[in-house]
Design a protein. Structure first.
Length: 507
């Protein structure tokens, strides 16, 4: 199977998974908001966010493990891949214990002394904190198997786990509706159980199927040193992301209370569903970026980066644009009575997501090159400015939407910074990135937005109009993506694929 065919097949599997998960997420979010109420939903969003913020350790480890697995597989070194897996598992276990010993008392103090939580809900909030910390520690040690699945490009299992997770959350909603106990604490416990099972499934598959997952827990000093070199800088980058995402949540709680946290929780749910579109494509193409660099196929390597940047944006923009243009009506249709600021938060977080997808392939290219110290030092330092700038703006009395506007501006600065840094390591000049990625993306984004927002005035707020509006947006963004967002070769490829598909339909 060719690399392009494999990417297309894996992307299709992940999109089937994504559509199902997105529908379930949108449904369960509405019901959970109704069942828990704005106050408890906001408490879970901020307290659960504090606990799960420790997951940046897991992200740093997972990124490092996947990079080395992909690199060893690109070199056809299965003995090396086995050493990566086993030493990664040892590191995961060590870090999980350290986080438990340090993070538990610090997090408990922060929840009880710093967060703005009603006194009658403090016990439930503490329970949520302990449950989510346990979930993190228990699942972190199993996260290494997710890296193996993606490195092996086994998207069937990856898709199955996602569908299982979504179905389980439907059952959680049903259980909450029947329960007479404290629903906030029950919700946290049931989510913990589902998350654990979702991690156990890929672990069982990998142990039974892949040779590199056979335990041989011998300490390899050289491998551990290489892994920790990546883990340290990845950990710094993930910590900055955590500070901005959860720090913003804490700022909102401090200045405006749990009800506005509920609005941020709704915006997060919408953004996560939309991000699945771009992340599915990126998940499918990511192993090929690292493997092509390991194989020294630099022409294909650069092509993958440019193409995945642009196509990730186009797919994300197709979904973001109709929601942004009709956010008020969609939220009222979905939630009936959405929290205050929910619509504004959704618009700005979606714009942030559209900007952010451009940085993912660049970040992956840096991981593949192995030269990440300066990349993370400068890039993460720029992105870290989002939190203090947001705090200053809120201190001067700005509305809560200012934090998301700040994050969008900072993320643009971050994108240009990391692209410039990467160009100093490999043949990846900023000028070429501007020409092949930024310029086409700007032309498609601005042109389609102007047309869509103008035409949105002619569509009333009802289900039929919304359906036709979404179709119109897909056609408009698809047209601009094809006409001014693709190269001649890419347009010809789209024509050939479309022609082949039509011939199959006629048979």
């Amino acid at each position: 199977m060719s690399n392009s065919t494999r990417i297309a097949k894996n992307t299709l599997l992940l999109y089937v998974r994504m559509f199902f998960i997105m529908l379930v997420t949108l449904f369960t979010s509405r019901v959970i908001l109704d069942v828990l109420g704005e106050q408890d939903f906001g408490i879970y969003n901020v307290v659960g966010g504090i606990s799960s913020s420790f997951v940046f350790f897991s992200s740093a480890l997972s990124n490092s493990t996947q990079r080395f697995l992909n690199f060893k597989m690109g070199e056809n070194d299965m003995a090396g891949a086995k050493a990566v897996f086993n030493n990664s598992f040892l590191i995961y276990s060590f870090v999980a214990v350290v986080v438990l010993l340090i993070g538990l008392p610090i997090g408990y103090w922060f929840v009880t002394h710093k967060l703005v939580i009603p006194a009658d809900r403090m016990d439930a909030a503490i329970g949520v904190f302990f449950v989510t910390v346990f979930m993190f520690v228990a699942t972190m040690m199993l996260s290494v198997y997710d890296s193996v699945l993606i490195a092996r490009e086994n998207m069937k299992c990856y898709a199955f786990v996602g569908v299982f997770d979504a179905v389980s959350k439907l059952l959680i909603v049903y259980a909450l509706m029947l329960s007479e106990s404290d629903r906030l604490l029950l919700y946290a416990i049931l989510l913990c159980v589902v998350h654990l099972v979702s991690k156990l499934i890929p672990a069982i598959v990998c142990i039974r199927k892949y040779e590199e997952c056979k335990f041989d827990l011998r300490y390899d000093k050289v491998m551990v040193k290489q892994l920790f070199g990546f883990i340290g800088w990845n950990g710094f980058g993930c910590a900055v992301w955590m500070i901005n995402s959860q720090g913003i949540n804490v700022l909102i709680n401090t200045f405006f209370g749990t009800v506005v946290n509920a609005a941020n929780g709704i915006a997060t749910q919408v953004t996560q569903a939309v991000n699945s579109f771009s992340l599915n494509f990126f998940t499918a193409v990511r192993p090929q970026i690292v493997k092509s660099f390991a194989a020294k196929d630099y022409e294909y390597f650069n092509k993958l980066i440019y193409t995945s940047c642009r196509f990730s944006f186009y797919m994300t923009w197709m979904i973001c644009l109709p929601i942004m243009a009709k956010s008020d009506y969609i939220l009222h249709l979905w939630l009936k009575n959405p929290p205050e600021y929910a619509s504004e938060f959704v618009v700005w977080t979606l714009l942030f997501s559209a900007i952010n997808v451009l940085s993912n392939p660049v970040w992956c290219a840096a991981q593949a090159s192995g030269r990440i110290a300066k990349f993370f030092m400068l890039g993460s330092s720029v992105f870290l400015m989002g939190f203090p700038i947001s705090w200053v703006m809120l201190s001067f009395g700005h509305e809560p939407t200012i934090v998301f506007q700040v994050m969008c501006a900072v993320r643009v600065a971050y994108l240009f910074t990391i692209t410039k840094v990467l160009g100093g390591y490999i043949d990846f000049p900023l000028r070429r990135f501007l020409k092949n990625v930024i310029l086409p993306v700007l032309k498609v984004g601005v042109s389609s937005a102007l047309v869509v927002f103008y035409l949105s005035r002619f569509f009333s707020d009802n289900m039929y109009s919304l359906f036709y509006f979404v179709i119109m947006v897909l056609l408009v963004t698809g047209f601009f993506s094809y006409a001014i967002g693709m190269s001649d070769k890419e347009r010809q490829m789209v024509k050939d694929k479309a022609t082949g598909f039509m011939r199959k339909l006629k048979r």
